[in-house]
Design a protein around this ligand. Structure first.
Ligand code: NIG
Ligand code: FE
Length: 411
């Protein structure tokens, strides 16, 4: 299908030549074309430019974007969108004074979701998850990473990963899949951590890799969860099986986990609510993308990733939703971008770079996603008529999206 979008008030994130990420002060720049056209052929961006150069071609669909902004879809590089049931009781418990840690220690949190998931059939899990996937697509997400990690047995982890695979097959959105067996120690392994790490490394990773059910491996590297040594072993085994790592780290404490991730060539380190100067030094000149999850900070009232400090040190930064039933029951990337601007003092330009091209890097998609570049995927957002793109984070409670196109398919 050929789609021609004309009279675009401003076409954002235009990159004539493909880049893989933007860092430091370069993130302040969001290249754009005012009064532009965009031509999509099947699932690819075929041409774009100023309106005066708009080609006179016969197309299947013409969209007049007078007064509207067009930008690449959001890329959400960190989610737990496949889960069973919900955990609003823990939300109320937190309002009444319990901490995330206290709830976990009472058998709530991740283990609560694992119990629900183990009791849910694969078809039911698919049905529950697809509702959330359809919602985030309407909210402008055009590529998404989804983790396992609420199974915690080989069988239940594989069930989650098969659901992710089925979503990928049935929807136009690009999905990358991450094995997060090391999300929490199951009760049975409470006093024998080594046995669970052995199970992950000797059985789960080999089996999941042989069935090609995951692209990446993840672990919750945190005090009280998985240690630096345990996570390092998982990353090493992952690397051996072709699964790069994307690691939950520095959410509550800084225990030199980032250094271990960088040493193991992790693709991304995610959360980073607590970041030390040493962590920043380690990330400089590495291939590892730091990923902030501001709506998690918002929902469970923990510090926000120190974006200003990191950008001033020259680092890149990506933004993701962390969509999950415990710490972030929302996958709305518009709200993620707004929260990054409001709470982390990122400019709209920086936040949009972080949620598009840098986010694409954090899931190995910057060759095909994250910018308006010829040959990249035809995955774009068309806003309602708005004054300027600053309204996207400014009007944080409004839905400013009019149309979403993912891989050439108009939703
Ligand atoms: O990214 N921090 C670890 N994992 C999830 C939350 C898991 C849960 O509470 O269900 C997160 O915030
Ligand atoms: Fe997470």
């Amino acid at each position: 299908m050929k789609i021609l979008i004309t009279n675009i008030k401003e076409l954002l994130q235009v990159r004539e030549t493909s880049i893989d990420k933007v860092s430091g002060s370069d993130m302040k720049v969001l290249p754009s074309i005012k009064n532009a056209f965009l031509y999509l052929e099947d699932d690819l961006i075929s041409d774009f430019g100023k309106m005066e150069d708009c080609p006179n071609v016969s197309v299947d669909k013409k969209i007049d974007a007078t007064g509207k902004i067009v930008l690449p879809t959001w890329i959400d590089s960190h989610t737990h969108l496949v889960y069973a049931g919900s955990r609003e009781q823990e939300f109320v418990d937190r309002i009444n004074g319990l901490s995330y840690e206290e709830i976990f220690n009472r058998g709530g949190g991740i283990l609560n979701s694992a119990k629900k998931l183990q009791e849910t059939s694969e078809d039911d899990l698919y049905e529950q998850s697809k509702v959330r996937l359809e919602e985030v697509m309407r909210q402008g997400t055009g590529a998404i990473e989804i983790k396992s990690g609420y199974g915690l047995t080989l069988e239940a982890e594989m069930k989650m990963l098969r659901v992710i695979k089925r979503l990928n097959e049935n929807y136009p959105i690009e999905i990358k899949s991450t094995f997060l067996g090391a999300h929490a120690f199951p009760w049975e392994y409470k006093d024998n951590h080594k046995a669970y790490i052995d199970l992950i490394c000797d059985e789960m990773i080999p089996k999941i890799a042989s069935e090609k059910l995951a692209d990446y491996v993840d672990a919750f590297l945190e005090t009280g969860y998985f240690s630096v040594e345990e996570t390092s072993r998982i990353m090493e085994v992952g690397n051996r099986y072709g699964l790069k790592s994307k690691i939950h780290v520095n959410q509550f404490t800084a225990i030199n986990g980032i250094e271990a991730c960088v040493k193991n060539n992790a693709l991304s380190v995610d959360h980073l609510e607590i970041v030390t100067d040493a962590d920043i030094e380690v990330l400089k000149n590495s291939i590892t993308m730091p990923v902030a999850l501001p709506t998690c900070s918002y929902f469970i009232s923990i510090p926000y990733t120190p974006a200003r400090k990191m950008l001033e040190a020259g680092l890149p930064l990506a933004l993701a939703s962390d969509f999950n039933p415990g710490t972030t029951p929302s996958g709305n990337m518009n709200f993620v971008v707004a929260t990054a601007c409001i709470k982390m003092k990122m400019t709209p330009e920086e936040a949009i770079n972080a949620a598009t091209i840098n986010a694409a890097y954090a899931m190995d998609l910057s060759k095909s996603h994250g910018s308006i570049t010829k040959g990249k995927k035809a995955s774009i957002i068309i806003t309602k008529p708005i004054e300027s793109f600053y309204q996207i984070p400014y009007a944080f409670g409004s839905n400013l999206i009019e149309t979403v196109i993912i891989n050439g398919a108009i939703l």
